[in-house]
Design a protein around this ligand. Structure first.
Ligand code: ADP
Length: 612
């Protein structure tokens, strides 16, 4: 007889099960969640009403409670539609944390308006007639009350669709697409019910919709995960902006530092009283240290932003070792330390790897040994194990310095972590060196170990695998300084382009020491004007990062003219590895990092001005 009642009973069982699941889980206290929970309760009430009214109708169509019960059921349908309307409008609003309070206020006001509408509609439903009809065994409800309910469902559906279409982007971001499916289900059920009033599937369809919502968009686990991801994203964003700030700060610091290093280098070459010379040497040393710190911050920010790349090229390890010895000895200065070295004769002539990073790693542990050893020795060893075409470098630096306490060894590689053993914090440092070193070693697939006895000394060992390049060493080009001194550059004309006047001054000073003619200009536009006016130069040093027209853009414009053949060198404080390759592919002939290194400048000058 009343087969459709089984449908509702089954839906009721499912609804109760869903309630158990929803309430046994930890939920987030969000507006969507509260609206969803109220939808569950409303649906449950609806099912009870539906079952009882259907049952009553089949038992006795003239029962005096049937009509009011059916009217309460219609009120339930209206209530479901209104709450779902608030839900849809809410989820389709922009999902920004800053707007959450405004959204809450809007929802509050909406709920007030909807409650008023609901009360009004309830009164109307109870005032207008509703008929329960039995026709050849089929019982259904009709009349103005039923029609009004259909009309309200229609209006609400329209509101949902408009609201979703207007805010399609927000919905898409939040993966609320299932709502579209739900709306289609509601429209489908309403039309079906209207055509076959005896079907009674609306309540079960509402139950089905609540189910779909639970398994798609309102699942507490998914919500919790989304919320966690959101929090993670925010934390990452905050960390990224800190990293960006650090790297832009370091970049900004490099520019004035460039001036200090460059100008003091120029001064060093002048005939000055010995005490002034000493002062300038101190300035050079201090600015070198500062440059090291800035580079460290740049490195760590790049590592954190996953932007640090290992650049593989062929290199001559013995050259690096020589440079490391010179730098360490210079660092030891007045300290009377016994600097012992041992290098395996089997170290290949050429290896394939990131030479500057390998040098940075070793230099860091060597510098630390010098810093933290007052007297005694420093033992620098490199031994190798060769297997097939791989050379395992075992680099160790042992010292008789202050040593490290056992419990502090784990802290060593954390950034900004400095230990205060034997009052070492008076020694300059940032606590970044070993953090960077460890990251670099790991990025190259190597390992770093520490052994230390507090008060006796430490031993740092780095193990790195590098590919062997089968090539024998040829003596490199002759020393630039000698060539430079013997060449007359007075007929050479160089143009320097930089938006920073201090940088221009430094470059001009450095270049005039070679005896050449130097012109300066402050913008890429000025450069183009000069060249178009027919000025001829033997070399252009062009800064890249200039406002309005960057060096790269200016060069691109110049290169459009086939007559432009002047060698152009990129100059930038953006001294990231890989920049050379980038600038060469952008059309530059060579690359100079700022602060300009005298040796590098010698190389460029010889390469582009000597052969002429
Ligand atoms: P810092 O710039 O402070 O030297 P590092 O990251 O290079 O930063 O080193 C971290 C800390 O590890 C240092 O502050 C120092 O306390 C300790 N340390 C590093 N190398 C040695 C060493 N060879 N002997 C003793 N202590 C060391």
């Amino acid at each position: 007889m009343i087969c459709s009642i089984y449908f509702q009973i089954l839906s009721l069982v499912y609804m109760l099960l869903l309630m158990i699941v929803v309430f046994s889980k930890k939920r987030l206290k969000s507006i969507e969640n509260s609206l969803f929970v109220s939808l569950i309760f409303i649906n449950l009430t609806g099912l009870i009403l539906d079952i009882s009214s259907t049952y009553l109708a089949y038992v006795d169509i003239n029962n005096k409670f049937l009509n009011p019960l059916c009217k309460v059921y219609l009120v339930y349908l209206i209530c479901t539609c209104l709450v779902f309307t608030v839900y849809v409008i809410f989820v389709s609003m922009i999902n920004k944390d800053a707007l959450i309070e405004i959204k809450k206020r809007i929802v509050k006001n909406m709920l007030i308006v909807i409650t008023i509408i609901f009360v009004l509609l309830t009164v109307i439903i109870f005032l207008i007639p509703l008929y329960n009809i039995s026709e050849s065994g089929i019982i259904y409800t009709t009349g103005p009350g039923a029609n009004l309910t259909y009309a309200i469902v229609g209006v609400c559906t329209l509101i949902w669709i408009i609201s979703l279409l207007i805010n399609y982007k927000n919905i898409r971001d939040k993966k609320y697409l299932p709502i579209f499916v739900l709306i289609i289900c509601i429209i489908f059920a309403t039309i079906l019910q209207r055509i076959n009033p005896e079907l009674l599937i609306v309540t079960s369809m509402c139950c089905f919709i609540v189910y779909i919502m639970y398994f798609t968009i309102e699942n507490p686990d998914v919500k919790m995960l989304n919320e966690l991801n959101l929090a993670k994203d925010q934390a990452e964003k905050a960390n990224n902006s800190k990293t960006e700030f650090l790297s832009s700060m370091s970049h900004e610091i490099r520019t004035p530092l460039n001036a200090i290093v460059g100008l003091s280098q120029v001064l060093l070459e002048k005939d000055l009283p010995s005490d002034s010379k000493e002062d300038i040497e101190d300035i050079v040393m201090a600015s070198d240290t500062l440059l090291g710190i800035v580079n460290g911050i740049l490195d760590i920010s790049k590592i954190e932003a996953n932007k640090l790349e290992i650049l593989y090229t062929e290199y001559h390890p013995k050259k690096i070792i020589d440079e490391l010895i010179v730098l360490t000895k210079a660092r030891m200065g007045e300290k009377s330390l016994d600097f012992r070295t041992y290098f395996d004769s089997a170290i290949p002539d050429y290896l394939y790897g990131d030479s500057s990073r390998v040098k940075q790693i070793i230099l860091n542990i060597l510098t630390n040994s010098v810093k933290y050893t007052k007297e005694g020795f420093i033992d620098f060893r490199i031994s190798v194990i060769i297997k097939d075409n791989i050379c395992r470098l075992i680099i160790s630096v042992e010292d008789s310095g202050v040593g490290i306490k056992e419990e502090d060894i784990n802290k060593l590689f954390k950034k900004f972590e400095r230990l205060n053993e034997g009052g070492t914090t008076s020694i300059e440092g940032t606590g970044l060196g070993l953090a960077i070193t460890k990251k670099l070693v790991e990025m190259m697939g190597g390992k770093i170990f520490v052994q230390s006895i507090f008060g006796k000394g430490s031993k740092f060992t780095v193990v790195l695998d590098q590919k062997i390049v089968n090539k024998t060493f040829k003596k490199e080009e002759s020393d630039y300084t000698e060539v430079i001194q013997s060449v007359d550059f007075s007929d050479k004309k160089v143009l320097v382009v930089d938006d920073n006047t201090l940088n221009l001054k430094v470059a001009q000073r450095l270049l005039t020491t070679y005896g050449m003619q130097v012109d300066i200009i402050e913008s890429g536009f000025g450069l183009i004007e000069k060249i178009e006016a027919g000025e001829v130069y033997d070399l252009i040093l062009l800064d890249d990062m200039m406002p309005k027209l960057s060096g790269t853009e200016a060069l691109k414009k110049l290169r459009t003219s086939p007559n432009f053949k002047i060698p152009t060198i990129a100059m930038t404080a953006n001294a990231i590895e890989g920049m050379r390759e980038k600038y060469l592919s952008d059309g530059f002939d060579d690359y100079l990092a700022k602060p300009i290194d005298k040796k590098e400048l010698n190389r460029v000058i010889i390469k582009y001005l000597y052969s002429k």
